[in-house]
Design a protein around this ligand. Structure first.
Ligand code: DGL
Length: 273
């Protein structure tokens, strides 16, 4: 029973930031990583499209007998997970809430994320809620960064154009004198070096990946589902597997074996997925 894997998914390489944190902190757990590269970026899709995609991924992961799912994608976490998690018997953790809770330690908080995540106001609400519970006051500024994911997926991290785009996105946050910056999209930690050059050195970066891993660890512990030994990782992509393997190797340090996954539409109105 405890040898069942944890499912982890994202639209592309972004979720590997969460996968790496899971591997580092929970090396005994086996993981299945799904990258829905055929349909990325998610961040400018409509809520119903995103819900449909996530329903398909959860359905497929259920067929792989996962014991838990970590949505390593903020866009999916805020737009689809709440409506879909009841369809499954395993826990589905989103990356946004743990990130927002950690961010609420700051006072002047900037959130950068995809268009849909920013539109949902999920981060500002969750940060405000956490601060209220702690009787603290915070201010939150949210900026959508639609160009970041395509630039990261094209591996244009060192490109002067990416730097210029980042300067433009961060300008209102610099003007607001933020003390904390949340990576509200799992792709963005790859830009940490660029963002560090642009922002004052005192700004603290919050990567929700670390915090969702803590939440996953606690949940496994409570449910008695922790594994022992050494886990293994399997990778799947809905787009071209070789392309994803190449991209992923830049972040994983080795070329993973990637299998093509065929996701099929799920009826959303009724029944368990
Ligand atoms: N990495 C994802 C997120 O955290 C999705 C990015 C995208 O596909 O737009 O929102």
């Amino acid at each position: 029973m405890t040898e069942r894997p944890i499912g982890v998914f994202d639209s592309g390489v972004g979720g590997l930031t969460v996968l790496r944190a899971l591997r580092r902190r929970l090396p005994q757990e086996s993981l299945i990583y799904v990258a829905d590269t055929a349909r990325l970026p998610y961040g400018s899709r409509s809520p119903s499209e995103i819900e449909g995609f996530v329903a398909e991924i959860l359905h497929w992961l259920a067929q792989q007998n996962v014991k838990m799912v970590v949505a390593a994608c903020n866009t999916s976490s805020v737009l689809a997970l709440d409506r879909l998690r009841d369809r499954h018997s395993f826990p589905c953790l989103g990356v946004t809430l743990p990130g927002a809770r950690a961010a609420a330690q700051g006072q002047r908080i900037g959130v950068i994320a995809t268009e849909m995540t920013i539109q949902s106001k999920a981060y500002s609400r969750a940060i405000a809620e956490t601060a209220r519970e702690a009787h603290r006051s915070v201010q939150v500024w949210e900026v959508a960064c639609p160009e970041f994911v395509p630039l990261i997926e094209a591996n244009r991290l060192d490109d002067p154009y990416t730097y210029r785009v980042a300067r433009r996105y961060l300008a209102p946050l610099i003007a607001a004198e933020i003390d904390t910056l949340v990576f509200g999209c799992t792709h963005y930690p790859y830009l940490a070096n660029i963002l560090r050059q642009i922002l004052p050195p005192t700004v603290q970066f919050i990567d929700p990946a670390e915090h969702v891993v803590t939440a996953a660890w606690q949940e496994l512990e409570v449910l008695g589902l922790r594994q022992t030994g050494r886990g293994r990782v399997r990778f799947y992509a809905s787009g071209e597997p070789e392309r994803f393997a190449r991209m992923a190797s830049l972040w994983l340090g080795q070329v993973p074996l990637v299998t093509k996954v065929n996701l099929s539409p799920v009826e959303l109105r009724s029944g368990k997925g």
